[in-house]
Ligand binder design. Structure first.
Ligand code: FEO
Ligand code: CA
Ligand code: CA
Length: 679
């Protein structure tokens, strides 16, 4: 995330039963089921294939044809680390690639370490605070491709020579140039990279290099396209909006496009009117100011097309055509980008829902079946969603002539569902359509006039149908071997309702939930691994973690093509941060099996299979992972480091007493012998 932009307020005021309570009841049921066998503690949690459990325990149901990866981890877990350097296992190296400010074309001047690059430089250079990322090979190559990188937010102190300029009397921002630079440091970078003489390099001036910033015009597709809800002074037809913002996790489509997800965008807008649309309160748009004060420069003589005024959504005109009351309605989406087409506009796919989106991942593709994708809303007590396309998958669409038209086919029409987790280990996908039944026996049609209205206030609709409030859903990943879905629930230190009944007071350290689908509208779930300090008691350290793999606040979650799952952390728990900086761990979930060949969760008996592969420098978050098709290069992002990078070697710390301007960067991880990573 963004420790800096996380909004700790709870906006979900529904009385829907929280996941913490569901989980506690679930664990109690399992205790009862297994209690007679004298099995206690951690083994109670190894559901999902647990042999000999009662029919009442649905976690073991619907296993499907679950295959196993053929890979095993070929490295030893590395110790925790707290230095200004990246740490990788012996036999690996870590190099810096595409740090913030790297010029992408000749318009941008070279990066200057005093922070004095201009707004125009920034518009033509790699953005700040790297996050989700994907590698798109050129013609299948593992040495030539497009690295597409999200830029989640900014560090104003690092972006400008002396931080943001603020009038000491009015406390307002005073420099339009600074604000344009900040807007341009947000968004997405498309960067041509090539492996030349053993080193990955940015290809300067490549025609495919591209920036999408917080000001780039984008199309709107799906139910909100051309809706009155999207009309603004800038876009009277409601068909375009300016910019993508807070691009956190990502996705990639089966047809070769990039998906970037808009997460903590509400704080960038404000509406001080006494009467506000319901979605603005539900999603958390402030009434008294914007995150960096971009609206302060409204009316500046240099302002073009209300580029600053648009962040204040307080109605000022006679209608939406005269002001920016609807500007924020263009944010909160999954945005599709065709990286191979440098002239194609980005498209916001509104049918997928509007919330604080973290990442989006597709389920397994089956010829003649709908295309399914998942995404979570990263806030306390928010929901997990899936979208099921109306169109049925055909393999010819894996290599289409028009990639964005294919995106429209599978992402503009379909059904949006939200998850309800049940204490017996089952779950229900609840549709968010006008005829969906609400918890009080009405329909969503009694609360919303159109599907566009439902989408605009997606979490409000989810409240009404009885979805399960989760502990901050972050990334979602799908095992390519067997289709099991994994979701990081990063943490929730505000679980008063659960504290009364759970020995695991709050969810300070986070966990990863997984499920198997059981048709379109049912699933079976369990907890795969609980984060914890190694020294914690058994009620907290339920997965038996040791110093070799203790972690907290799981966030980034990515399967590579071989069925290895990579877990990245964005730590907020002191008991673990005292032991190690944020990190990346690996495990092959489909290989965790018991003597009956049933799939297991991580527990004390198999925790050696969860291994620490990478540790980041002090102050950072490790987030975003991409890899070449042959898995010989991994790209890992370091966001908001403290005093790093010192040199091109990501594993080299600045000498004692030396400080550098921190730069988020991609780290290239390779094996010294050039072999595949991790095995
Ligand atoms: Fe941007 Fe939820 O992390
Ligand atoms: Ca995140
Ligand atoms: Ca996070």
């Amino acid at each position: 995330m963004s420790k800096a932009t996380f909004d700790p307020k709870t906006y979900n005021l529904s009385s829907n039963e929280a996941f913490a309570t569901v989980l506690q009841k679930h664990l109690s049921r399992r205790s009862l089921i297994k209690g007679g066998l004298g099995v206690a503690g951690m083994s109670l949690l190894s559901g999902f294939g647990l042999s000999g459990c009662s029919d009442d325990d649905k976690s073991s149901a619907a296993r499907g044809t679950l295959g196993s990866s053929s890979e095993t981890l070929g490295f030893q877990s590395i110790p925790g680390s707290r230095t200004d350097a990246v740490v990788v296992p012996e036999g690996y190296n870590a190099r810096i690639l595409a740090p913030w400010g790297t010029p992408l074309n000749s318009t941008a001047q070279a990066y200057r370490p005093d922070g004095s690059n201009t707004a125009v430089d920034q518009e033509n250079a790699v953005g700040m605070h790297h996050d989700g990322m994907h590698f798109f090979p050129i013609e299948g190559s593992s040495t030539d491709g497009l690295l597409v990188i999200n830029h989640e937010y900014i560090d104003e102190d690092a972006l400008h020579p002396d931080g943001p300029t603020i009038d000491p009397v009015t406390e307002l921002r005073t420099s339009a140039e600074e604000i344009r630079k900040e807007i341009n440091a947000h968004g997405v970078s498309v960067v041509r990279v090539q492996l030349i003489n053993g080193e990955w390099q940015v290809v300067a001036n490549d025609p495919l290099n591209r920036r999408f910033t917080g000001a780039t015009e984008m199309d709107i597709a799906g139910p909100l396209a051309n809706s009155p809800l999207l009309q603004t002074r800038y876009s009277p037809a409601g068909d375009v909006t300016r910019g993508t913002s807070n691009n956190c996790g990502n996705g990639s489509t089966p047809w070769g496009t990039y998906l970037t997800c808009e997460e903590n965008w509400p704080g960038y807008f404000m509406n001080s009117a006494a009467s506000r649309p319901a979605d603005q309160d539900r999603l958390g748009i402030p009434n008294d100011g914007t995150r960096y004060g971009w609206h302060h420069l409204a009316g500046d003589p240099s302002e073009v097309d209300q580029e600053f005024a648009r962040f204040d959504n307080t109605p000022t005109g006679a209608s939406a055509l005269e002001d920016y009351r609807n500007e924020a309605n263009g944010f909160g989406y999954t945005v599709e980008i065709d990286p191979y087409n440098p002239t194609a506009k980005a498209v916001k796919r509104t049918a997928l829902g509007r919330f604080r989106q973290e990442s989006r991942t597709f389920g397994p593709l089956v010829e003649g079946e709908p295309v399914v994708s998942y995404a979570g809303h990263d806030s306390r007590f928010e929901y997990i969603y899936k979208f099921v396309s109306d169109a049925l998958w055909t393999a010819a669409d894996a290599n289409p002539v028009d990639r964005l038209a294919t995106g429209s086919k599978y992402m503009d029409a379909g059904t949006l569902y939200v998850a309800r987790f049940n204490e017996d280990g089952t779950g229900d996908w609840l549709p968010l359509t006008l005829d969906s039944v609400t918890t009080d026996g009405q329909t969503l049609g009694s609360l919303f006039a159109t599907q566009a209205d439902i989408i605009l206030n997606t979490p409000g609709a989810a409240d009404a149908v009885g979805a399960t409030p989760m502990d901050r859903p972050e990334w979602v990943a799908v095992d390519p071997v067997n289709g099991t879905v994994y979701f990081t629930l990063t943490n929730n230190s505000d679980r008063e309702t659960a504290a009364a009944v759970s020995p695991r007071v709050g969810n300070e350290f986070g966990h990863i939930v997984r499920w198997n689908e059981d048709g379109i509208d049912r699933f079976n779930w369990e907890i795969f691994v609980f984060g914890a300090p190694a020294i914690a008691d058994a009620d907290t350290n339920r997965s038996g973690l040791t110093t070799a793999n203790q972690f907290a606040s799981p966030d980034g979650l990515i399967f590579d093509g071989r069925g290895i799952m990579w877990i990245q952390t964005d730590n907020g728990a002191e008991a673990v941060t005292e032991q190690t900086n944020d990190q990346m761990l690996a495990v092959v979930p489909s290989r965790l099996r018991d003597s009956n060949n049933d799939q297991r969760v991580v527990d004390a008996s198999n925790q050696d299979e969860l291994r620490r592969f990478f540790v980041g420098p002090n102050g950072c978050e490790v987030t975003g992972l991409a890899f070449t098709p042959d898995h010989t290069t991994f790209f890992v992002n370091i966001q908001h480091p403290g005093n790093w990078p010192f040199s091109d070697n990501a594993a080299e710390a600045a000498p004692e007493g030396v400080t550098v301007r921190p730069r988020a960067s991609t780290v290239v991880v390779r094996r010294n012998d050039g072999g595949p990573i991790g095995v």
